[in-house]
Design a protein around this ligand. Structure first.
Ligand code: FAD
Length: 440
């Protein structure tokens, strides 16, 4: 901690200590980046799980005070703001005018710069692709002082390198993007229980016309219940309720201290999963709810990473291509269930065919699975190495925003374009992640 702000990643593994933090305040009073002795890395709200937002021994450029709106075209839904503005701030501004984020990750406490640098995806990937697809332009500051205006037609190579570029190509100062029209602030949502991986794929196939969908899997259920879960899909509720209701997020419950390392274990996870799966009396539950309950259920608690204890946790997010029978997905999931290591937080979703714009964008057509594991040292790392074997045997990929341990070889397999990307890295910029995957 420096002051009251946390400069760790969300998973708190691995730990890293930057040499200094530089808080940026005004676009016209930025420090000269070439005068720093150590490497530089932008830092937003630290919602990346592993070490892609960390810079051991280097300088973190804290962007969160670059949080001003620059222009909002309410008629056409085009928003331009500084890179440290959070998605929560954007929602507060735009929803009452009938606009929404084109794509949103599972938390609104993410900066615009962070959303671009990881080219984040959301529940509507199959319809709208990644966040980067909606970015019309941004300004990139390089350490030699050059300011590049980047768009699909201007400095388009820097545009494609910076979207999903892990903060390595320079500092995004501001960005402009296209919002999405919404008829109300409510979501018409359905939760459907399913009884196995095949049922999940069948539901996905039948739900492609829904704009939003995502599923939860029970990682403790074996036998007949193997692969059961809840498929959630939804759509913005069409009038007559309107969007201009008082716009308030629910209060945030604090998680004020570290829980014991054993708090999240197979028994507590199993109890939670039973309750979660059976919370609906009928196999299908329909409800109309405010958008924040639908998109951001985890945001109701602050700092919930404390639940995993001081050792922290890792998230493992993979994408694998479709294959007949989905045996590879079943095998991955079987290994996770057998290990007894997963926490209740599992997200399962299909990615659509829309091309991601970034050279290193993670989303691509296939199935994605994101799982949280309380970090138990070698035991956890061994399991993840075994999962890697299946992922890479079928030409899958891992998501750097969630990664704390993938090898250099795994990174290069995940991102065959990495050699095209490297020339765009700013010579003064680096991260713990980048050094790690280049060291092995
Ligand atoms: C509960 C939860 C749910 C999530 N759900 C999803 C999800 O559904 N989909 C998804 O894709 N991700 C998801 N994420 C991950 C999260 O969206 C990304 O890690 C996001 O990039 C974090 O943004 P941040 O502002 O916290 O940036 P940080 O984590 O601080 O930094 C992320 C990267 O952005 C770079 N960066 C930040 N600002 C700038 C800038 N101004 N210029 C250049 N580079 C910059 C950093 O250097 C770093 O490489 C989730 C995370 C959490 C905690």
């Amino acid at each position: 901690m420096y002051g009251t702000k946390r400069y760790t990643s969300w998973g708190r593994y691995p730990k890293a200590t930057p040499e200094q933090i530089v808080r940026l305040h005004w676009l016209d009073q930025l420090p000269r980046l070439d005068e720093y002795q150590t490497s530089l890395l932008p830092f937003g709200l630290g919602r990346s799980y592993g070490d892609s937002c960390l810079n051991e021994g280097g300088t973190l450029l804290d962007t969160t005070a670059l949080n001003r709106f620059i222009a909002f075209d309410r008629v056409n839904g085009i928003l331009r703001c500084e890179a440290g503005v959070s998605l929560a701030q954007i929602l507060e501004l735009v929803v009452p005018h009938g606009w929404f984020l084109p794509v949103s990750p599972g938390t609104k406490f993410v900066t615009l710069g962070g959303a671009i640098a990881n080219d984040v995806h959301g529940k509507n990937h199959h319809k709208d692709g990644t966040f980067g697809r909606h970015v019309t332009c941004f300004e990139l500051l390089r350490s030699d002082g050059e300011r590049l205006m980047c768009s699909p037609t201007q400095n388009s190579d820097y545009y494609r390198a910076t979207i999903g570029g892990l903060g390595l190509t320079g500092l995004i100062l501001w960005a402009e993007f296209q919002l999405k029209r919404i008829p109300s602030y409510l979501i018409d949502s359905e939760d459907l229980q399913f009884n196995g991986i095949d049922d999940f794929f069948e539901l996905s196939r039948l739900s492609t016309h829904y704009t939003y969908s995502v599923s939860w899997l029970d990682c403790t259920a074996g036998g007949d219940n193997f692969g059961r879960g809840v498929f959630n899909r939804g759509e913005f509720f069409d009038p007559p309720l309107g969007v201009d209701k008082p716009h308030r997020f629910p209060p945030i419950l604090p998680v004020p201290f570290d829980f014991p390392n054993f708090t999240v274990n197979n028994v507590t996870t199993s109890i939670f999963n039973q309750l979660f799966y059976h919370k609906q009396v009928f196999p299908v539950r329909r409800s109309v709810k405010p958008y924040h309950s639908f998109f951001y259920p985890l945001d109701v608690a602050s700092d919930w990473y404390y639940l995993y204890g001081k050792n922290g946790f890792v998230q493992y997010q993979l994408v694998v291509p479709y294959q007949d029978g989905y045996d590879h997905v079943k095998e991955i999931f079987r290994m996770i269930v057998r290990s007894g290591q997963a926490s209740p937080l599992i997200v399962f979703k299909t990615f659509g065919t829309l091309q991601s714009p970034g050279m290193l964008s993670f989303p691509r057509e296939g199935v994605t699975l994101a799982i949280d594991f309380a970090f138990k040292g070698e035991t956890t790392l061994q399991l993840l190495n075994q999962l890697d074997e299946i992922v890479f045997a079928v030409n899958g990929a891992l998501y750097p925003a969630k990664d704390a341990r993938m090898s250099g070889a795994a990174f290069r397999k995940s991102f065959p374009n990495w050699e095209t990307f490297v020339p765009f890295i700013d010579p003064k910029f680096s991260s713990s992640f980048w050094r790690r995957i280049n060291a092995k």
